[in-house]
Design a protein around this ligand. Structure first.
Ligand SMILES: Cc1cc2nc3c(=O)[nH]c(=O)nc-3n(C[C@H](O)[C@H](O)[C@H](O)COP(=O)(O)OP(=O)(O)OC[C@H]3O[C@@H](n4cnc5c(N)ncnc54)[C@H](O)[C@@H]3O)c2cc1C
Length: 390
């Protein structure tokens, strides 16, 4: 039987980030992945590392700490992850959105984010492709972007170099324990003995939790992105629309104004010139085929904000599942009832932004006697227990 100090389930950005940090600690790590690295949400997503979209408090502080780690990450992984600090913009279309964004920007500034409100002319000066009906935008130079596929591959290769082993095309089908302690797991290729098992199965974290009898409250939130032909440079940094921010943070968005299929603009351009035009946000289980009406609605919304897209060819689309916990924060936690079982999942639309810090937090969780990060209590799975005080 194979054995390791820790087995990570899932080789998305989260599982590979964890494998890298655990291997750095000198642990013997095996990663079990049912398809291949980046085959889940991490290979079907946008590339934004947005700070200005985060709620002030733990969410923002976590994103800031992870963003700082990005500055040295490429060198640490010895790879080009296409990190760019091109800033980000949230475009505002209506007086109602403007009022909401003024308040939101004020909160972000108080939380230490560098963000300013641009008027219509300043918005188009910075982003000439934006429609003339747009009233203004918030802009932050702190927002950044990274190539998620390059990031996933870089974590994977760096973990391999440090001795981590990967079993791809291998599904975890059972998690083994005795007397409340993890003893290993069973895969479609056999058994692995290990005292630690880490559930980094992203949107499938609930199912992988159930294999150990642990309730992991993560739901798949479907999102589709259209990908354009390669174009000359058009978009500076990443662009969101205020409707997306309002829908994310306002408890009482006027449902009449809510866009169909949860659509909010997310627009970015890759190094090769392709546009990533998103996106939808829907709870539809693991139903992958996406109706043409959703793609049409995404395209219509994008053309309203960036009229020149009307003549752009869409060459393909991709659909992924954001792993959602419902409160916007991931679970990075041990489990009281099962020693050795760790959950690192539920990053919803922020998994790329939070991948660097997640690996480090899990490594900290496993280091006995170390001072623990102040983030960990707020990310504990206990917050979902019936007795948790809100
Ligand atoms: C449309 C869209 C746009 C997004 N845009 C952004 C963005 O701009 N910025 C950002 O920060 N985030 C974004 N996200 C979110 C981000 O993609 C996710 O939060 C992140 O990729 C989650 O990573 P993960 O490793 O937890 O999950 P995944 O990448 O899904 O990895 C989990 C892995 O576990 C494997 N697995 C599952 N069950 C088993 C099993 N039983 N045995 C073995 N392996 C198993 C799966 O095959 C999968 O490879 C977006 C997501 C979507 C869908």
């Amino acid at each position: 039987m194979d054995s390791a100090d820790a087995v990570v389930i899932g080789a998305g950005v989260i599982g590979t980030s964890i494998a890298f940090r655990l291997a750095q600690q000198g642990r013997e790590v095996i990663v079990v992945e049912q398809v291949g690295p980046g085959s889940g949400a991490s290979g079907s997503c946008d590339k934004a590392i947005f700070l200005q979209s985060k709620r002030p408090g733990i969410h923002m502080e976590l994103a800031l700490a992870s963003r700082r780690m990005y500055d040295s990450l490429g060198a640490e992984l010895d790879a080009d992850i296409e990190l760019k600090g091109d800033g980000g913009m949230v475009v505002i279309e209506s007086a109602e959105q403007l009022e909401f964004m003024k308040g939101f920007i004020g909160q972000q500034q108080s939380a230490g984010i560098s963000v300013e409100l641009l008027d219509a002319a300043q918005t188009r000066e910075r982003q000439p492709c934006i429609s003339h009906h747009v009233l203004g935008a918030s802009h932050s130079p702190d927002d950044a972007e990274v190539n998620p596929l390059a990031l996933n591959a870089a974590f994977y290769r760096a973990a391999l170099r440090l001795g981590a082993r990967f079993q791809t095309h291998t599904e975890v089908i059972a998690i083994d324990s005795q007397h409340g302690r993890i003893t290993g797991l069973t895969t479609t290729r056999g058994q692995i003995a290990a005292p630690v098992v880490i559930n980094a199965a992203g949107p499938q974290a609930r199912h992988v939790g159930a294999l150990a009898g642990v309730e992991v409250p993560v739901e798949p939130r479907r999102g589709t992105i259209l990908i354009s032909e390669a174009l000359p440079h058009l978009v500076h940094g990443n662009v969101l629309c205020a409707q997306y921010i309002a829908a994310k943070h306002l408890a009482s968005v006027n449902p009449e104004n809510a866009p169909p299929f949860g659509i909010g603009l997310s627009l970015g351009q890759t190094d090769s010139g392709n546009l990533l035009i998103g996106g939808s946000r829907q709870f539809t289980g693991f139903d992958k085929p996406q109706g043409v009406e959703v793609m049409r609605a995404i395209a219509k919304h994008a053309v309203r904000l960036v009229p020149s897209l009307r003549d752009t060819q869409i060459i393909r689309s991709m659909t992924g599942f954001r792993p959602s916990t419902g409160d916007g924060l991931p679970i990075i936690s041990t489990v009281p009832e099962l020693t050795g079982y760790v959950v690192a999942a539920g990053h919803e639309g922020d998994g790329i932004a939070l991948a660097p810090i997640t690996g480090s937090l899990v490594a900290e969780l496993l280091e006995a006697g170390q001072p623990r990060s102040a983030f960990l209590p707020a990310l504990s799975i206990d917050r979902f227990s019936d007795t948790a005080v809100s």
